[in-house]
Design a protein around this ligand. Structure first.
Ligand code: AMP
Length: 228
């Protein structure tokens, strides 16, 4: 099964992907995580991407598509969640090609609908465990014990360099200008499913699981929920 999670920055795509990975055995492909790893390693891609990411703009399509192509080859045969990809119509078209070459089919695109007023607050407070990557939020999802990761007991946490108020505005602008056109693109393909992203974390997971079980039952339930 190949699933895309779509939504503006801060919609909860990473959080939901993490939960679907641990509950349903998906592999998560996050182009943002891949780029941050490139930046951390100081590679040529990382050096090119860093300034763009710090401005909240999108990394060029050809760089992203090449990176994704390599990653798809490495994940051959697994159920995948694409988180943060595609982000432009040319990326979506490239994905169609890459999947067709591998005789794979996109199961669906889940759009997390959110109240944009709340996004900045969601983004600016978030942090994650430096050891295991578990995600938290100062206000909405603090660790159970202050300074200790719930999942692995780690004591070191990291915040993303682009999770600042100024960058969030640029990232939202990029979402509206370049990513929002993917909604009509996938609606036309009959692949679009909407979930209410402002519900609690568990409620959003339950809604997504409802859509997934529709796929497993041959699409009957999914058809009912489909946004067309
Ligand atoms: P994310 O972790 O998905 O919020 O991505 C962080 C940043 O990485 C974005 O603001 C972009 O600069 C860059 N990025 C991640 N995925 C893509 C993509 N599919 N296309 C272009 N840029 C991306």
């Amino acid at each position: 099964m190949i699933l895309i999670l779509l939504g503006p920055p801060g919609a909860g795509k990473g959080t939901q992907a993490e939960r679907l990975v641990s509950r349903h055995g998906f592999r998560q492909i996050s182009t943002g995580d891949m780029l941050r790893a490139e930046v951390a390693s100081g590679s040529a891609i990382g050096r090119e991407a860093k300034a763009i990411m710090d401005r909240g703009e999108l990394v060029p399509d050809n760089v992203i598509v090449r990176m994704l192509d390599r990653r798809l080859a490495a994940e051959d045969g697994h159920d995948l969640i694409l988180d943060g990809f595609p982000r432009t119509v040319p990326q979506a078209e490239a994905l169609d090609r890459l999947l067709a070459e591998r005789e794979l089919e996109l199961s669906g695109v889940i759009v997390m609908e959110v109240d944009e007023e709340a996004l900045t607050e969601r983004i600016v407070g978030r942090f994650s465990c430096a050891s295991c990557g578990a995600s938290y939020h100062d206000k909405f999802r603090p660790t159970r014990i202050d300074g200790v990761c719930d999942r692995c007991g780690g004591h070191e946490f990291v915040r993303r360099a682009d999770d600042t108020r100024e960058t969030v505005l640029a990232r939202l602008a990029a979402y509206h200008a370049q990513t929002a056109p993917l909604l009509p693109y996938y609606r036309k393909m009959g692949k679009l499913y909407l979930v209410e992203g402002m519900a609690g974390i568990e409620a959003v997971t339950t809604a997504i699981e409802g859509i997934l079980s529709g796929f497993a039952r041959g699409g009957v339930h999914a058809k009912v929920m489909r946004a067309d």
